[in-house]
Design a protein around this ligand. Sequence first.
Ligand code: PLP
Length: 494
Amino acid sequence: MRYISTRGGTEPVNAAEAIKLGPAPGGGLFVPEKLPRLDPEGIPAADYAALAGTVIKPFLPDFDSAAVDQFVRLAYNSGRFDHPAVAPLHRLHDHLYCLELWHGPTCAFKDMALQLLPYLLREAARLTGESAELVILTATSGDTGKAALEGFRDVPGTRVIVFYPAEGVSLMQERQMITQEGENVHVVALRGNFDDAQTGVKNVFNDGALAARLGERGYKLTSANSINWGRLVPQIAYYYAAYLALRRAGAIAAGEKINFVVPTGNFGNILAGYYACRMGLPVGRLLCASNSNNVLADFFNRGVYDRNRPFYRTISPSMDILVSSNLERLLFELSGRAPEPVRRWMEQLRERGSYRISPEAVTALAELFWADYAGDAQTMQAISDTYREHGYLLDPHTAVGKVIYDRYLGATADQSKTVLVATASPFKFNASTACALLGKERTAGCSEYELLQLLADTTGLTVPPPLRGLEGKPVRHKLIVSPEQIKETVLQLL
Ligand SMILES: *Cc1c(COP(=O)(O)O)cnc(C)c1O
């Protein structure tokens, strides 16, 4: 299988090359030339690691099959995930199940891909005869950064540089990053929001002169963001895992369609669900759940993508995004895999901050997607209601999804079994979850660590050890820069 660019203009490359490069040359994103078919009913019962191997191998034909088997074993095991199922499914009620993707070392779903990506990337470098040191340049809205740091720390032949919005992440997220250990890692706070970080990083990728200078010094840039195909393909596996878990539980019949609700920011997670559907997973609807930064909800409902709008800092900071990079891959499918319209839309987005698709395209998308958004107050309400009704604690991102699901049910009465993709541990966003359960009075003035304990005492849940362990860890990263300084910072750090 070969990979082509959503904007055309480059020769097809193999999987190793696509993963090593990250974004495609010229600003597009790599997509597989053709999606493989994979009937979930034909997958033998196995653990998560084996399932992941089955799902990703068709995308990596240039990788040795036994090597991939080894990589998935190393990535998805009980030393790294604190649940034997890796991505367990928790029943909320007859129709709704939570797919918990936060049992990895950084307590958010980014671990599902970033525990595996270092193996894929190192193998990709080997297969392509790369001699340069790989520099994983990452923009984060809070969770990708930590997951990349944890995945790549002290991995030979790699360096990691993470830019995060100085005031756009939760205190726990920031603590996780600035205390990061490892000899090959750099964490930089950015005066700006996630979009500034992502744009700055994309500019670095598109700067040929900078790449040449880095090349002379023995470095090659790549990405751990979901613009890298190697980030997306491991995420397809858990959509299959959810379906197979429902089948095993007897909750659905063979081939019965299920819905997924996905809390969405950069459109990576839900796009993996879209690919699973295209590969043959029986999916009815994909519900795209946004917070007040509702640019995607407007896109799906009105056909206009317009980033010219206020940017809100919300209690679901990992979704505080106005430019959702991976939508480009969906646009490519929407245009019948023609690069010209994609190039035009992306140019309009860069120049005017907006573009419009045809009414027919909106209708076509609506067959599979259903999109809406929730504000902070509704999200807080959903956290406390769900806890009261089901004894289950949602993090604020997942709670956005719960609001959207309830609204969808009211609007459509679609009783299909639905999987709510739970993207973070409620302990990672403890200020919001504790406040939702106990009220402002009780939680105001508590430190982050007191809140962890308070949450554990209230719910009987265990504080995830990686979060508890942050207390007392020294701060190792203190650099703060402006968006204009991203390039020179990269040069200085290497
Ligand atoms: C990254 C993230 C999201 C958004 O996922 P995308 O792939 O960017 O759409 C949602 N919730 C949490 C907790 C995240 O870390």
